[in-house]
Design a protein. Structure first.
Length: 132
C-alpha cells in the first residue's frame, strides 16, 4: 500500500510539471520587426533624423508561446547601407547619399538555426517639386 505522503507527492509533481513547461521559453522560433514601412523625404537642408525599429522574439509553441523584446539582441541589416544604415540598437539613419527603397531585417540564432525577421521597407525620396 502507498503511504498518503507518496500519493500527495506524485499528485503535486503531476501538477507542477506542466506548469514548469509553460514558464521557460524554448528556442527562438520567429522575429517580428516593426514598423513594416518607413518613408522619409529628404529636405533641402539635409537628411537629419533617426528612425527606431523594434524586434519582438517569439519563443515556445502555439500553446505556450512567450514573447520578448529582443531589439538589442538581434543583428540588424540594411540591404542598402549607402542609403540607410542601422545600428545594433535598431536605430536607422539616412545617409543622404542615395534615394530609393531598401529592406531592413533582423536575425538571431534560433532553435533550428538562424531566424530572420519579416522585411521592413525603408523608402528614401526627394521632395516633390511644386509648381506655381
Amino acid at each position: 500500500m502507498f503511504n498518503n505522503f507518496y500519493i500527495k507527492a506524485l499528485l503535486l509533481a503531476g501538477l507542477a510539471l506542466p506548469i514548469a513547461g509553460c514558464i521557460a521559453p524554448q528556442g527562438l522560433d520567429s522575429i517580428v520587426i516593426t514598423p513594416s514601412t518607413y518613408t522619409v523625404t529628404l529636405s533641402t537642408t539635409g537628411y537629419g533624423g533617426y528612425w527606431s525599429y523594434k524586434a519582438i522574439g517569439y519563443y515556445g509553441n502555439a500553446a505556450h508561446q512567450v514573447t520578448k523584446d529582443i531589439t538589442d539582441q538581434v543583428t540588424w541589416t540594411s540591404l542598402a547601407p549607402i542609403m540607410v544604415t542601422i545600428n545594433s540598437s535598431g536605430v536607422a539613419t539616412v545617409t543622404g547619399k542615395a534615394t530609393g527603397s531598401t529592406s531592413i531585417i533582423a536575425s538571431a540564432p534560433g532553435y533550428n538555426g538562424d531566424i530572420v525577421s519579416n522585411v521592413s521597407t525603408f523608402i528614401v525620396q526627394l521632395p516633390t517639386a511644386t509648381t506655381n
